[in-house]
Design a protein around this ligand. Sequence first.
Ligand code: ADP
Length: 420
Amino acid sequence: MTSPKATILYVEDDPDSQTLIHRILTHNGYRVLIAPTGLDGLDMARQHHPDLILTDINLPDMSGREITDRLRADGELCNVPIIAVTAQIHDFERRKTLVAGVNGYITKPINLQMLVHTVEECLAGQLPAPPIEDLDEARRAYHQELITRLEETVRKLETRNRELQRLDRLKDDFIQLTAHELRTPLTTVYGYSRLVQTLPAIQQLMATNTEANATLTGLLTAIERLHAVVDEIVIVSRIASGRVDLRLAYTNLAESIRQVIVDYTPVLTQRALQLQLTPEDWKISLVADKQMLEMAFSNLLSNAIKYTPDGGTISLYVERVEDADEPFVRIVFQDSGIGIAPEDQPYIFDRFYVTGDTQLHSTSKAAFRGGGLGLGLAICKGIVEAHQGHIWVESAGRSETELPGSTFYIELPLTLQLPN
Ligand code: ADP
């Protein structure tokens, strides 16, 4: 088989024209590539560096003139000869095409002999330069065409965007409604489950019968977990829809952090994790929603525990920063865990974003079971931002062997006022 004389890219959406030109040019010894849209044409030109490009003028996504314009601005493709294939034979249309920088044009319906001749001439560099004529008016018309198309595209994108936002709101409303509907019966179940644990007869049964003990413990743990998950979803959907009502009051950070630590003391002990903090430093009072703040602290501490292997260290710091324009308090949760990859860091505060396989996160796998909806940090962010604060993370990367650790920062203004 002889090697092709040259590679020709043909940008055309009409299948009949594609077939015809492909057949004729292949028959004449050329390699022919077909791109059905303007964007495909640009991609294929960049990928295959053809010797010649034939382009239809009226393509569904962009015009042949715009394709030419893009190629002429491309350092590697600016000199590729381009021939416009057009049914528009009006002189003005022809001049608009020349303005964009084509070397020549072929009119439709295509005269096959003429086609082969023009292609040969063009490849031999013999296609006469476009006649120098007054192209000003054509240039203006061409620019107008570009602006109109841009405007149309922006309008389409805006409509699409509004539709996506509407769907997003619908989804949020659906989640919120479902979570609310689930929460009502679940609260009752949760209440009964707590009650059951205090009944002497049940306590006695659990103490004497291992099977009953295992079954009831499993049941009660699952109910608690379900309750917590539904609560998380309710809160996160409220945050997402901007419906967080803060109950602001003077809040003592020392008290809040102590409360949170108490909840985690059993797991910290069980996993031999060291918790370091200087209680004196936490004696700071600020206007905040105590319950919300504790929820944010609780999520950060729970994550630090989840992603730090047994025997690791978690350090909590706090400091008042008075010398800024507006004084604030900086709270830091630092762990010696597996860390977070740089590519994940921008997304971990998004709803439902989780990274990797949580089963691998620790030597104490049991600590991970049931976790990982990907809502904890979204809740933290919503709470911190509702307080007009900031939250961010710093981590050198993720490694289960080197344990680079993660540091979460929260900054809260000290200037929030109590409502009147
Ligand atoms: P989850 O409920 O899955 O923990 P979060 O929103 O709290 O959801 O966290 C999102 C993701 O961020 C987690 O899946 C985890 O990969 C990562 N992450 C959060 N905190 C830490 C941490 N202290 N160390 C390592 N990775 C973390």
